[in-house]
Design a binder for this molecule. Sequence first.
Ligand SMILES: Cc1cc2nc3c(=O)[nH]c(=O)nc-3n(C[C@H](O)[C@H](O)[C@H](O)COP(=O)(O)OP(=O)(O)OC[C@H]3O[C@@H](n4cnc5c(N)ncnc54)[C@H](O)[C@@H]3O)c2cc1C
Length: 579
Amino acid sequence: MKPSVINIITFAVISGLQSQGTTEAALFSNLGPCPPLPDFPPTSTYTLRPFKTYSSDVVIPFSYFSSPRDASEVLSLVNWAKNAGYRVRGVGQMHSWSPVTLSKYEEGTLCPKFLLVDTTKYLTGIKVTTDFNTSLHSVTLGPGVTLRRLLETLESHQLGIFSSPAQGDLSVGGMLAVGAHGSGIKTTTHSKSLGHSYGTFSNLVLEMDVIGWDNDTEKYVVKTLPRSHPDTKAFLVNLGRTFVTRVKIRVGADQMLRSQSFFTTVRQLFGRGDLVRDGDKPNLADYLDSFGRIQVLSLETGSDSGVLLFGWHSEPEKPAGSRLTKTPYNYIFGNYLPGNKILKWLLARIPHIWRFFARLSFPINIAVSSLAGYQDYWGLSKNHLLYNSKYVPIIRPNSFVLVTSRQNFQTVVSIIRKGYDDLASEWHSRGEYPDAGSFDIRVCGVEDPENILAQGAEPPIFSPAKPVPSHPEYDIVIWFEFGTYPETRKAQEFVADWQSLLYRDIHHVYGVLRVEWAKGWGHTWEKAWSNETIFDTLPRVLSSSDELKEWNLGVEILDRYDPWRIFSNGFLDRILIKA
Ligand SMILES: Cc1cc2nc3c(=O)[nH]c(=O)nc-3n(C[C@H](O)[C@H](O)[C@H](O)COP(=O)(O)OP(=O)(O)OC[C@H]3O[C@@H](n4cnc5c(N)ncnc54)[C@H](O)[C@@H]3O)c2cc1C
């Protein structure tokens, strides 16, 4: 049976069928080429569905999925998996690009021995709490709650968070696993609410329930970890090396925000502040200072090419001329490109056509935003934090994370951008256009546990936004990426070349380079997530000394809670190990 057919027909297999007289042969045929799961818990069900990462870098046509109704059913599935020789992966919205759920190592097997535990159907509880002694707010969440539902619920309680990913269809479990981030740093003019944090989503955690091995009962059990527990720091960003069944996070009073879009140029934004300025026009550091929360997006290369800069900040009163908005996804850039399939097809054949689309897309976006009044809008925070609609083309973002200082910001972004532009023009001179795609920048603060006002809280060990103890002046985190259609000719070679430049020119010169777990990283000329040299940097860039203490401690904690490596896959077995 073809995967596409499987896609349409979902096979619900109730394990109790066998005892009702259904023969194993009949079950076998219902499952296509896959065998039934042996001795599956009779009160649970599973289905066979395809699994794929967001831009199809990993595609597994036949995967076993189950949707447990509560934490005790998750436990029963996990204990079954351990005894049956299967592994378990937590699954949210399957919106990751990297092989953190299933990987190439599983792709070679027809029906991999993995049970994908889908949180999005039932593990979706949500409860807002206010401590009236301290006036601090928190919310307790099932791992399957989506970001959009979280923000809507908070909004209905006049609460919110300072920054978040830009797309609402991401699950809490998935965001925690990778340390998902938005954009926003401290500024002198725009304040955050009490309890808001400048770091990643993972830094908001006050308490979490994870599944871990219990030596006494010789079973997996649910363990509650307050943020102050010495083991919690290994679970805050966990890459799915555990299963989170519940999490409580800190939230603060909602804010009214104002968003503005500016259409500008590479020359203006990325001139080296100390050396070159485009007249007295603001550069990127100036925008960062005045807004605190910015997103840069460009589709072309070269110093005269256009850049969209999108900035937002708190503004308690509605400014005259700013349009009131009550819904998210007001930022329309990127929606005016032809559908995915046509674009991919064209780029695979005539990659330089990208320049035409990119150039056309700018004036269209300027015209549509000003006609629709979305160059300047104002409203509750959710309607600004969520701006990346699900209708934007599916690219693969190849992302880099630089922890650096505010002082270095303009210099470092100009070096990053110049390297990117020069590399593209070198390829163009050879008649190749591998840079079809987008260049993005966002900035947030390093993880600061003090933000969430929880005694004894430590930063997440595996967070790319973790502070660098030997550089206390590194106070910001630049997330920048080249989003590409992997089908574009030479795109992989281009991003691997760019990666080499970045490690040569900025790593340990202007900051520390880390990877964004959910996206494209670890490039070779052939593929992403395969560069052993980059794998080797991970323990170093996430530890404070050559002894690699933090990394090894993090791995030891995860291994202690999961000594059978039930919550892992072939890729994680290679990277999330002691150094
Ligand atoms: C269009 C789009 C926009 C995005 N925008 C942003 C952005 O602005 N900022 C940002 O940081 N990221 C962004 N991302 C990436 C996204 O944050 C991550 O890929 C996130 O992990 C996706 O969540 P998910 O629910 O799809 O998780 P999945 O992809 O289903 O899972 C991701 C990982 O989480 C693990 N996991 C899931 N549930 C659990 C659980 N209960 N316990 C333990 N592990 C679990 C999985 O095993 C896997 O390792 C974006 C992705 C897309 C597709």
